[in-house]
Structure formats: C-alpha cells, structure tokens
Design a protein. Structure first.
Length: 310
C-alpha cells in the first residue's frame, strides 16, 4: 500500500529517485510485531529488523533479496535502534533497548546469530546525565569502522545527549542537555556520520538536524527550515554521501536532502520526497551502502519496505 509521487519544490526541478521494491520481503507475514528499526549488513547481504510486541521474535533476519532466514529474541526487551558493524574478520549487531524491565536502558552488541557479547549501561536502571555510560532510553547507535561509537541517548527519558565512545567503551566526548538552544536536544532520535568527519543528529522534537565535529564534538550548524511540518526521525546518508535520507513519521514521508560537501553546513535543500500511505509511520531507516537501497521500518504499517534507486 503505497503512494509515491514527486514533490515539487519552488527551488529545484524534481525527478523520481527511488521506486518501491514490491517483492521485498517475500513473506510479509513474518512481521508479527511493530517494526521499529532496520539495519543493513551490505557486506554479507543481510537485513536485520527489530520489532516489538508480546511473544514475538524481537530480531528478524532477511536476505537482501527478501527471504526470511532466522530470528532471535534473547535479552532484547524493546528494541529502538539497530546497527550492523563490520570489520575485516567479523560482524556484529548493536541494538539500543528502551525497555523498562530487567534488560532495558542499555546498548547491546550481539553476534549475527543473537549471542550477547557486550552490554553498555546498567540493565533495568534508567541513568542520569551525570554518568556517561548510564543510559535512559537510548535511541540509536552508529559505529565507525574504527570501532568508535556514537549514541544518541534520549528517546523521551531524562537524558538528551550525544556521546562518543572509543572502541574500548571509554568516553571521548559528550554533548547536549535538554533544551532548545544550540547543541541542546529534545529527543535526539537518530545519529549518523558522513565521509567528512561530521556527526548528524535528528533532534526530533526541536524539529531540526544538528551537526557536530566528530573529533571534538564541536557544534557545526543545524537545519530546521525543512522540518516545519514534522521533525526528523531518522538520518542516513546515501551510498555516495550526496544526499541525506530523513524519515518524518507524522506526515508519513521520506525527505531526500542535499548533503553539503566539506565546509559550511548551510541551509537544507530538499530535492525529493517519497510520500508513503497514510498511517504508515516511518520510524527509522537504513541504507545499503553497496546497492544504495533504502529500507524503512514503519511502525504504523508494521512492515519494512525497500526502495531501490532508479
């Protein structure tokens, strides 16, 4: 169920950039809960989906062709964000868990088959902003090839911050408090890093994207003019880093923005949108950095949809 049409803006001639892959997944009935997040392992051609619900598998694994492969459930309470990290020899799956039970308020690393390898945070205990590794409903994680980790901590909890950790889980820098000022957040919901050393954060309830220097944590700029209708829920770059894909849940839309090259952040320019069906509610997205395909986790439609570049 999808309406996809071109969005005409006053400043840029439009062309359709993506089309829905109607054959993905092969068996949509495998989605049995609310699909909150999706992560692509482009190296191995796998797609991980995090879903919520009673007595449902919390993590589903599909092939990039759309075949259901397997699922796992242990120690995941309420998945919010998911990310696949690949090294030369290994891959692992990071999940942010916003549950309030014995597993929640944590960021966890799993093997591809679901074996728990690492827990950051104190399971079951909502953190305070005073302690770096004490999370309160951590929303999303992004891990660089080096193993450096970025966490946006604040899917409605006490914390509203962006933290960078080293590959041995030590704090490198931490920025952000609850507020509307420069470098403050109201529900920092998604985080990604570009090829030019910048960290991009979907500052959801402030209806803006904020950008930081990945080495120092210094604030570099923000975009708000594209989000007057609805705040950004998700931020991911296309495989060529030319565009930023942003999900807007309340208006059921994917916005495609021009990514600025090195230098000033400037103002946001929307080049295209994909309008989804009513009540689809796109929550978080991921991009296959090999094929360019976009995967959208939709909590309203309880599905993940795949869009392929034209």
């Amino acid at each position: 169920v999808l309406k996809a049409y071109d969005y005409f803006s006053p400043w840029r001639e439009q062309q359709q950039l993506y089309k829905l892959d109607i054959g993905w997944p092969k068996t949509p009935e495998d989605f049995t809960g609310q699909t909150f997040c999706v992560a692509v392992d482009s190296l191995h051609g796998l797609v991980y989906v995090g879903q919520r619900g009673d007595n449902v598998p919390k993590v589903l694994v599909f092939s990039e062709e759309g075949y259901f492969l397997y699922s796992w459930n242990d120690t995941v309470e309420m998945p919010h964000g998911i990310f696949v990290w690949n090294t030369a020899t290994d891959s692992s799956v990071w999940i942010t868990d916003v549950g309030t039970g014995k597993y929640g308020h944590t960021v966890k690393q799993y093997s591809p088959l679901g074996k728990l390898m690492q827990v950051l945070g104190t399971p079951g205990n909502a953190g305070s902003s005073l302690i770096p590794l004490q999370f309160d409903q951590p929303a999303e994680i992004f891990v660089e090839e080096t193993g450096d980790i970025y966490v946006v901590d604040g899917d409605g909890g006490m914390n509203n911050r962006l933290i960078k950790l080293s590959n041995d889980y030590k704090e490198i820098w931490l920025t952000g408090t609850n507020g509307t000022g420069i470098g403050q957040f109201k529900i920092p919901h998604s985080v990604t890093v570009d090829a030019f050393g910048r960290v991009w954060v979907a500052d959801r309830d402030n209806k803006r994207i904020q950008v930081f220097d990945k080495v120092t944590g210094e604030w570099l700029g923000s975009w708000s003019s594209c989000f007057s209708e609805d705040g950004p829920y998700s931020v991911r770059f296309t495989a060529d880093y030319k565009y930023l894909i942003v999900a807007q849940l309340n208006i059921n839309r994917l916005a495609i923005l021009v990514a600025p090259p090195v230098g000033a952040i400037g103002d946001c320019v929307m080049v295209h949108t994909v309008q989804l069906a009513d009540e689809t509610k796109p929550h978080l997205v991921d991009v296959d950095m090999k094929t360019g395909a976009i995967y959208v986790a939709e909590i309203g439609a309880q599905q993940v949809q795949k869009f392929i570049p034209l």
